[in-house]
Design a protein around this ligand. Structure first.
Ligand SMILES: NC(=O)C1=CN([C@@H]2O[C@H](COP(=O)(O)OP(=O)(O)OC[C@H]3O[C@@H](n4cnc5c(N)ncnc54)[C@H](O)[C@@H]3O)[C@@H](O)[C@H]2O)C=CC1
Ligand SMILES: O=C(O)[C@@H]1CCC=N1
Length: 268
């Protein structure tokens, strides 16, 4: 039987384990999860998904894969605790924003490490993940890591340094879209619709737009112009976006997030 061990039991760990169980990648009996102190949280994960939360020291030794899923600020301390518990060869999958593979191998010793930036849509098999490997990852392990991420969405291999940009775009991306939806709902209600109606209209609009971008050969600006009738409503709406510096806001958003990821790397 396989054994995978999550160190950290937060929302991203939950999204991955939920996705893997749903896609039959692992059974709940193969998934072990621990955290620093929150026993209620572990009980919740056990009750909800049937995953294993009572972790004896032997599990660290037996684990085929260890997933680093704590907050970046807790990573060094967590790795110090982990170091003497695991075998020399155990492979690591890290989802820590901003923490370099070299920092992980400095702490845990040279071993196979995949650094991944997934997003919380892994929970429904729709993550967009970026991944980078160190040289210790064998071809078989590389295929295994890619398969794990493909099971919960799409995955693209990038240079490790590019993971900062991936984090700023697709790692944090769901939060930007939820924020947008909060605004659509608030304003949609102000202009006369119910919250449920706005949710229905705009989730379908987001899904349809994403699918158009996937299926169409046209660039986004061409598709946008097809919506925009001269003198019409879209033109009026886009003008307002321009007036309120929409492009500057997006630029600041992505660049600030990317810079934060780099800062997290430097602070370690
Ligand atoms: N939430 C998201 O959308 C995404 C998060 N990430 C990354 O995933 C990681 C976790 O993020 P979240 O799940 O949002 O965090 P969270 O705050 O929800 O969970 C962190 C977990 O780590 C545990 N922890 C802290 N120190 C520990 C230690 N020494 N030993 C064992 N467990 C320890 C905490 O008890 C908690 O269960 C972060 O590094 C973040 O950068 C990556 C992609 C997306
Ligand atoms: O906010 C964060 O730092 C993490 C990384 C990407 C999404 N959540």
């Amino acid at each position: 039987m396989k054994k995978i061990l999550f160190i950290g039991a937060g929302s991203m760990a939950e999204a991955l384990m939920h996705g893997w169980i749903k896609q039959n990648v692992f059974t709940p009996h193969e998934i072990y999860v621990t955290n620093r102190s929150d026993k209620e949280r572990l009980q919740f994960l056990h009750d909800t998904y049937g995953v294993q939360t009572s972790i004896e020291d032997a599990i660290y030794q037996q684990a085929d894969l260890i997933i680093l899923a704590m907050k970046p600020k807790d990573a060094i301390k967590a790795m110090l605790e982990l170091k003497n518990k695991i075998t020399e060869h155990t492979a690591i999958l890290s989802i820590l924003a901003g923490i370099a593979i070299s920092t992980i191998t400095e702490q845990l010793g040279l071993r196979p490490v995949a650094r991944v930036m997934p997003n919380t849509s892994a929970t429904i098999g729709m993550s967009a993940s970026g991944i980078a490997f160190n040289a210790q990852v064998s071809a078989t392990q590389r295929a295994m890591f890619l398969q794990l991420l493909e099971a919960v969405g799409s995955v693209i291999e990038v240079e490790e340094d590019q993971l900062h940009a991936v984090t700023a775009l697709s790692g944090s991306g769901p939060a930007y879209i939820y924020y947008l939806m909060e605004a659509f709902e608030r304003v949609g209600m102000e202009v006369g619709l119910s919250k449920d109606t706005v949710r229905l209209l705009m989730t379908q609009t987001l899904a349809g737009t994403a699918e158009m971008l996937k299926q169409s050969i046209d660039e986004p600006d061409v598709l946008r112009k097809k919506v925009t009738s001269p003198g019409g409503t879209t033109e009026a709406g886009i003008k307002a976006l321009e007036q309120y510096q929409f492009n500057a806001a997006i630029e600041a958003c992505i660049k600030e997030a990317e810079a934060r990821s780099r800062a997290l790397a430097k602070s370690k």
